[in-house]
Design a protein around this ligand. Structure first.
Ligand code: FAD
Length: 595
């Protein structure tokens, strides 16, 4: 498929907010290549045939089995998508990594093992490793012969990762002695290589590559967790652990670059993982609803159940749309970038940090909604462990906590947008000023006779402008102190997340229509409902923000501008949800797979 040239602003993270995007500019799940689909099928078959049957052994913490499965994933190429081909990898695009992550997440525990391996151990080595470090560790990690883990958090420093107390003391021979304790480390129980963050001489935050066999490294007791019980989570204890000078990863004092860039990718992959987990839960809900009978009929025949299934599918649709769109933007930025492959990758991940955080927040919250309704649809059977619904519910909860809590990611989304705008990077201030003129002039109103997708496009334009209005007003009111106004930043981030999700769903449906894709009417129902739902939420959050940011005449004028921006024709989302539910029941799930 020919890749369209992106408009200038869209090549910037957050640029979509001030630009009208054409459907032809975005990549959608319907455009996955045969190679993407093959990778997805390989991952899905592996989970179903090889991982799922081993659950009991894994839950009993049989880590030899976990290692065997990692090795098998390596043989199938599932760990190697990001790794350069001269280091034993497949050097595929990031869309490939995302579809693999989504499919593996039918099993949340194994997906966590895989995520820590590929996103958190392999990626820092690709991006920051010296050629020697890469030759030493990457082929083994890509083949699954060795297992990796990532040690950033400590008991006293989770969100405040730079507050770590683990200390690295430089020794006379140039090597380091590390002392401290890392908490909640995924794969700790059976990993061979740990990316560990410590402060050299108590100050310079630095990443190190630490092998399990180095003297002074030990692993604490497995945590007793709410979920993900088939994955290892334990402390990594460093007591005067000796690390050679050659195992500093990146530069001394620049560990924050390693930590945060890695998390950008980890967040995107977690978004993929939540999409896969949610899809598996939806498929179970559909099957159960079709089979379970009450009052003489299948519960799938009840409107109350059908509307749940429709909303579950809808949230997955939005998530997949924004996830694949973002991943493709990253792939394109890597391809168009300058410098070494590692430099291009890092620049692309940094550029789309806002969108990666959106994928993480939107994904974890959509997945929590879906697994919760899955329990509800299962009734009493949803609350007992005979059915997977109960486990999925427990497994999903942590997604809002790790890879940066959703609060931290929300602070990042609006905060980073505001910082880029203040620097003039994405012209947000100019756009907000233009908007102020525009809303006093005639604004295209809602026209009840308009084609549904055209009306939805207009609504999306209004949502983006409402988001700009709030961000612009907040920046005007607080300037550089905006970072201290967390309540406003939370609301602004909700607007950004909804605007990006609604637009991504709309663009996908528009593209499906122009390409003549199958189920065009369902795509349309999904997008139009997603946009209508988002419009209601945006109106509420924007009103709350404007009330907090303005007073007197300014408040009146701003609220009236906002009303015009979010004005849209009423949409019969009950009927649209019926269309979606009928499709979901016939397809046995979301019906638009990333495969
Ligand atoms: C199963 C599991 C696996 C994990 N795997 C890994 C791993 O492999 N490697 C690793 O390094 N870590 C891992 N973690 C740790 C995880 O990343 C942290 O738990 C997470 O970053 C949150 O840190 P915390 O638990 O210290 O919470 P805290 O930072 O104490 O946060 C508590 C609450 O306060 C809020 N909060 C904190 N700071 C702010 C602020 N500035 N403004 C507003 N609100 C704030 C948070 O959003 C949260 O709601 C894992 C955790 C779990 C549960």
């Amino acid at each position: 498929m020919a890749t369209p040239t992106l408009p200038h602003t869209t090549r910037k993270g957050g640029g979509w907010l001030i630009e009208e995007i054409a459907a032809g500019d975005v990549f959608t799940p319907e455009h996955l290549s045969d190679e993407h689909r093959l990778m997805a099928r390989t991952a899905a078959d592996f989970v179903r045939q090889e991982v799922a049957p081993m659950r009991e052994r894994l839950e009993a913490k049989d880590w030899s089995m976990a290692r065997a499965l990692v090795r098998r994933a390596g043989e199938l190429g599932l760990l190697a998508t990001d790794v350069p081909d001269d280091l034993g990898g497949l050097a595929l695009d990031k869309v490939s990594s995302v579809v693999v992550a989504a499919e593996l997440s039918a099993d949340s525990s194994f997906a966590t093992t895989y995520g820590a391996m590929t996103g958190l151990a392999i990626l820092p080595l690709i991006a920051f490793g010296t050629p020697e470090q890469q030759r030493r560790y990457l082929p083994g990690l890509a083949s699954g012969e060795i297992v990796g883990a990532y040690c950033l958090s400590e008991s006293g420093s989770g969100s405040d990762a730079l507050g770590a107390r683990t200390r690295a003391t430089r020794l006379a021979d140039g090597s380091f002695s590390l002392s401290g304790e890392k908490m909640w480390i995924t794969n700790a129980g059976f990993a061979d290589v740990y990316i560990v963050f410590a402060k050299v001489d108590g100050e310079a935050f630095t990443a190190f590559i630490v092998e399990r066999g180095f003297p002074g490294v030990s692993i604490g007791e497995e945590e007793h967790k709410m979920g993900l019980n088939a994955s290892s989570t334990a402390p990594v204890i460093l007591q005067d652990a000796r690390v050679p000078a050659g195992n500093v990863l990146g530069e001394i004092g620049r560990g924050h670059k390693v930590a945060f860039n890695v998390l950008n990718y980890g967040r995107l992959k977690l978004g993929a993982s939540t999409a896969g987990g949610a899809r598996a839960a939806l498929a179970e809900a559909v099957a159960y609803a079709a089979e379970r009978r009450q009052f003489g009929q299948a519960i799938a025949s009840f409107g109350a159940i059908r509307t749940k299934l429709a909303t579950m599918a809808l949230r997955i649709y939005v998530l997949e749309s924004l996830l694949v769109r973002t991943t493709d933007l990253i792939d394109r930025a890597v391809a168009a970038g300058a410098g070494t492959p590692a430099a291009r990758l890092l620049a692309a991940l940094e550029e789309y940090a806002i969108e990666a955080s959106i994928a993480k927040v939107a994904g974890s919250e959509a997945a929590d909604y879906v697994v919760d309704e899955n329990v509800q649809i299962h009734g009493g059977n949803g609350f007992v462990s005979d059915y997977p619904a109960e486990r999925r519910y427990r497994d999903a909860r942590v997604n809002r906590i790790f890879e940066g809590t959703n609060e931290i990611n929300r602070l990042l989304i609006a905060g980073l947008l505001a910082r880029r705008a203040a620097k003039g990077d994405i012209g947000l201030i100019a756009a907000a000023k233009r908007l102020a003129d525009e809303v006093t002039g005639p604004l295209a109103g809602a026209d009840g006779d308009e084609a549904p997708l055209a009306a939805a496009r207009r609504t999306v334009a209004g949502l983006k402008k409402a988001t700009l209005l709030v961000l612009g007003t907040a920046m005007q009111r607080y300037g550089e102190k905006l970072a201290e106004e967390q309540e406003v930043l939370m609301l602004a981030s909700d607007l950004v997340i909804d605007a990006f999700g609604a637009e991504s769903a709309l663009l996908r449906a528009e593209r499906a229509r122009s390409d003549g894709a199958r189920h065009g009417d369902v795509h349309e129902a999904m997008a139009v409902t997603a946009v209508a739902d988002a419009a209601l939420r945006v109106e509420m959050a924007a009103r709350e923000a404007v009330a907090a940011l303005t007073e007197g005449d300014t408040r009146r004028i701003t609220l009236s501008a906002l009303r015009r921006l979010v004005k849209s024709a009423p949409v019969d989302t009950v009927a649209l949800r019926r269309t979606i539910a009928a499709h979901v029941l016939a397809a046995g799930g979301a019906g638009f797979e990333l495969r």
